[in-house]
Design a protein around this ligand. Structure first.
Ligand SMILES: [Zn+2]
Length: 377
């Protein structure tokens, strides 16, 4: 399982590298490189793109805004206590997953900033509180930059893009944050959220996650009402992270196109979080889209095999260590330093104390005897 911090680490490593070598305009070169691991393979495989194709791509992206549906920068900033003064987003910041120069280099016209809170906060009933902290930092971040402007409608995105700024939208990554309250969902919309991912890594009260046990077999009755309310408000139903049955239910019950904000294809890599072929076919008739995720755990079919090899190697290592430890124990048992049971040690200690005590008494008696003899003499 990929922890949030690992995920962000990969994101920032990718972004840091992207600032040096990779322009998303020639992202078609990435999959082969990423399948070998971004750490070593990318630098040697980056090539100069065809300048005519690049010019054409830039012209197209000037006309039509490129929209990225998932960026974790607000979470990274919140981990820095929400202190926006620590980094100037107007300059390249290699330790962060995004900044304005790199968004511009990638010709990003619209950016959904992720409002993310761990789904484990369901157990402490703090999901909504933490979500408010994320909204706060994301909105402050957007307003702190002249190159950003918050978009609330499709028309806003086009207007902001034409004005040369980056249109900023918000996406709530996990239905647990609404704490089963349609009122909270509507308030998220008022704050600017334009999609909500139905689950994150764990099941919630009304929907199954791809990475948890089967509980609701998709969406519960309340889950279907949530989908309808999102349709009514004008929020995308995001079915990244959810189980395949939840994907199918959302596609059946949504009255508007749905999105996968960051998912990959199950047929390429059978990770439970990826999209199966029957869902992809259903998505086409729904008019929805999949925004591809390029985290290596989700795109590389080699990763499960690598994980299995790693688990096997670790098990073998533990077996060797255990055998080695058992061997040492046998050696001690057969040698002079045989281990003693605690009670044996206690008894032995008591005997030692008794003997020492007896010796002490004998020594004292001898001393007294010598003293008496001396005194009597
Ligand atoms: Zn995610």
């Amino acid at each position: 399982m990929l922890s949030r911090r690992d995920f962000l680490g990969y994101g920032s490593a990718l972004a840091a590298f992207a600032s040096v070598k990779i322009n998303p305009l020639f992202a078609n070169r990435l999959p082969g490189a990423f399948s070998k691991g971004y750490g070593s393979a990318l630098p040697s495989q980056a090539q100069e793109p065809d300048s005519a194709l690049l010019d054409r791509a830039r012209a197209l992206l000037k006309e039509a805004p490129l929209i990225d549906t998932h960026n974790d920068l607000p979470t990274m900033l919140l981990e820095l206590h929400g202190d926006l003064s620590r980094y100037d987003l107007g300059e390249v910041q290699p330790s962060l997953c995004a900044d304005i120069p790199r968004l511009r280099e990638g010709r990003v016209g619209g950016q959904y900033w992720s409002i993310f809170v761990e789904s484990a906060t369901q157990r402490t009933h703090t999901s909504l509180h933490e979500a408010m902290r994320e909204f706060d930092v994301a909105l402050r971040m957007i307003r702190s930059q002249p190159g950003f402007e918050q978009a609330r409608t499709a028309d806003d995105i086009e207007r902001i893009h034409k004005a040369g700024r980056i249109a900023c939208l918000l996406g709530v990554e996990g239905g647990h944050m609404m704490e089963n309250s349609p009122a909270v969902l509507r308030t998220f919309y008022e704050l600017g959220a334009r999609y909500m991912t139905l689950t994150h890594w764990d099941n919630i009260d009304w929907a199954d996650s791809a990475t948890d046990r089967t509980e609701h077999y998709g969406l519960s009755g309340f889950g279907k009402q949530v989908v309808h309310e999102m349709n009514r408000l004008g929020m995308f139903v995001d079915i990244s992270h959810v189980s395949a049955d939840t994907m199918r239910d959302a596609l059946s019950f949504s009255r508007a196109p749905v999105i996968f904000s960051h998912s990959s294809a199950f047929a390429i890599n059978p990770h439970p979080r990826n999209v199966p072929d029957d869902v992809l076919r259903k998505l086409a008739s729904n008019g929805g889209v999949v925004h591809a995720n390029f985290i290596k755990e989700f795109i590389s079919s080699k990763n499960p095999a690598w994980q299995q090899q790693r688990t096997k190697a670790l098990a073998e290592l533990h077996t060797h260590l255990d055998a080695d430890e058992a061997g040492k124990t046998r050696t001690r048992t057969h040698g002079r330093r045989s281990p003693r049971l605690p009670t044996t040690s206690i008894i032995f200690g008591m005997l030692q104390a008794s003997i020492m005590s007896a010796l002490a008494r004998i020594s004292m008696m001898l001393a007294i005897t010598r003293w008496r003899k001396a005194w009597m003499m």
